[in-house]
Design a protein around this ligand. Structure first.
Ligand code: MG
Length: 430
């Protein structure tokens, strides 16, 4: 039932109010705060989840429409569990449930426990719990303000177009206005979506035009639950995801030296930026849960994945698109035009291929034995080899019967050579 990030699927088919009721009941070992994104199916799901919590005898805290990081914040503020009704960047017909505790998504071990309890059926407390409603937005905004140079932003007063298209609409435009930005809001209604949820180039054409038309300094976009943040420069160009991540890593390492956590899919740009700025680069399996766990373990200063999901030391332990938005505002105020900052990075040659197989586990085992390339080997999530000027990742898909090959290298020749060797090893194994 659980995927990389909670439970997700099509509303009415995979994800129903009945499921939300039962899983929330199984999850409720303590009080639980519940928030949702702007999907209209979130209304019945959030009420069902609330009912599941209250029937367990625990108290429920209704947060209304809020980004995922604010539910994480509520779990820290109230010392309770948290449920977010969202399907994140997935299309509008999807919905889902994310579970949190102590500012982060629950561990794989707790997911297992929830499944076991869910399997035993509904558990009713002696008396129903109490429901109350809380507004965590003001306290959360204070937390973000403490993490940026508010004085500098108030002095520079940048002009920003904010395209929320989801739960970010209740926070980001207000936060940036309070910080002193001139904010133009786009897609900031709180019912449904106006564009597809994923903040990619195709879906951000309105934002790009709006940035140019308003003569704004840059644009900010979120996905449906605002744990992601994507940046468009003053020319309306969406920043390359790796470059955007590298810019933030420079900032965070300038604040404090230490480990930077990223997943096995992160690029050479990211790795080199960490090393050039005196940080230690640590890789985890794909997924923010792993990045967050590793951050805790190694006391890292920052964790981020190229999808625009960044975890900040001073904030909550889930990706926080709202905090990221404020940090890019600060970055612009201290360093200037984002197009110029991004232009300093040179993107490399990349190869992405997929191979069909009937037995992913068996194929991976063979590849582990036969793939010989020079470099540091990581085998936490498929196999990644980091060599001089390149990296290669061979990883089974989580959902499809395929093995994926990703490779990046400084030159075309080197890419052909290393991707060729990996391709050979995979073809023999599938
Ligand atoms: Mg998301």
């Amino acid at each position: 039932m659980f995927g990389t990030s909670g439970i997700r699927g099509i509303y009415g088919k995979d994800i129903t109010p009945e499921l939300a009721l039962k899983v929330a009941n199984a999850f409720a070992e303590s009080d639980v705060s519940i928030g949702r994104d702007t999907r209209e199916s979130g209304v019945p799901l959030a009420f069902a989840a609330m009912s599941g919590v209250l029937s367990s005898g625990n108290n429920g805290i209704g947060l209304g429409i809020v980004p995922t990081p604010l539910v994480a914040f509520a779990t820290m503020k109230f010392g309770c569990g948290g449920i977010v009704v969202t399907a994140s960047h997935n299309p509008a017909e999807y919905n889902g449930l994310k579970f949190m505790r102590k500012g982060r998504e629950i561990s794989r071990a707790e997911e297992k426990r929830v499944l076991e309890r869910h399997g035993k059926g509904m558990e009713y407390g002696a008396e129903p719990g109490e429901r109350r409603v809380e507004n965590v937005i003001p306290d959360y905004m204070e937390l973000v303000k403490k993490n940026v140079d508010a004085k500098l932003i108030a002095k520079k007063k940048p002009k920003v177009v904010v395209d929320c298209n989801g739960a970010g609409a209740v926070v980001t435009p207000y936060l940036l206005r309070e910080l002193g930005c001139g904010v133009v809001s786009l897609n900031c209604e709180t019912r449904g979506f106006n564009r597809p949820s994923e903040p990619n180039k195709e879906n951000l054409s309105w934002l790009s035009s709006a940035v140019r038309a308003c003569g704004a300094d840059f644009g900010i976009a979120h996905d449906g639950d605002a744990d992601r943040c994507a940046i468009v420069d003053e020319r309306g160009e969406l920043l390359n995801a790796d470059v955007q991540l590298a810019l933030m890593i420079e900032e965070e390492l300038a604040r404090k030296k230490g480990n930077v956590i990223s997943s096995v899919e992160s690029s050479l740009i990211v790795k080199e930026t960490v090393e050039r700025n005196g940080g230690e680069f640590v890789l985890t399996p794909v997924g923010s849960v792993h990045v967050s766990e590793e951050m805790e373990k190694s006391g890292a200063v920052f964790g981020g994945e190229p999808a625009g999901e960044y975890i900040f030391r001073g904030g909550v332990l889930v990706p926080d698109g709202v905090m990221a938005a404020a940090k890019y505002v600060e970055l612009y105020c201290s360093k200037g035009k984002l197009s110029a900052l991004a232009g300093r990075f040179k993107t490399n040659e990349m190869a992405r291929e997929k191979f069909r197989t009937s037995d992913r586990a068996n194929a991976m085992e063979k590849i582990m034995g036969t793939l010989k390339l020079e470099g540091k080997r990581e085998t936490g999530d498929g196999i990644r080899i980091d060599g001089e000027g390149y990296w290669v990742l061979v990883r089974p898909s989580g959902t499809e019967s395929i093995i994926r090959l990703t490779a990046e290298a400084k030159t075309k020749e080197l890419l052909d050579k290393v991707a060729g060797k990996a391709r050979e090893a995979i073809k023999k194994a599938v």
